[in-house]
Design a protein around this ligand. Sequence first.
Ligand code: SF4
Length: 119
Amino acid sequence: MNRSSSNWEKKCFQCGLCCHEKVIVGKDVIYNLDAYCEYYDPKTHQCTIYLERLERNARCRRVTRFKAMFASYLPDTCAYVQWARLHHIRFAPRRHIRYARGNLGASDDADAPASLNSL
Ligand code: SF4
């Protein structure tokens, strides 16, 4: 990892929201709090292999500058989205975040952990 990518990685708040299964429905992005990457720790809301995640988990994707600009599944609270907004280069539509447990058809914001609600 070179110095500039290291600085980019450090921007991440490690909130873990992008580690949950999610679907986009209209203007909403629904995060399934019961379905997440096997390396995600729901108690700490952090990745347990963060620095090696791209090598150890083939499903993990780096949040690039392009994704910061265009990926609408990233929440407004994401550090990279905030970076893109700060630089006036965020072009993805704003989406309302909803949380679900188990069945994505039964979303309920009240189920969101306090630490996620405060994001
Ligand atoms: S949503 Fe953004 S800030 Fe949160 S873990 Fe993912 S990349 Fe990091």
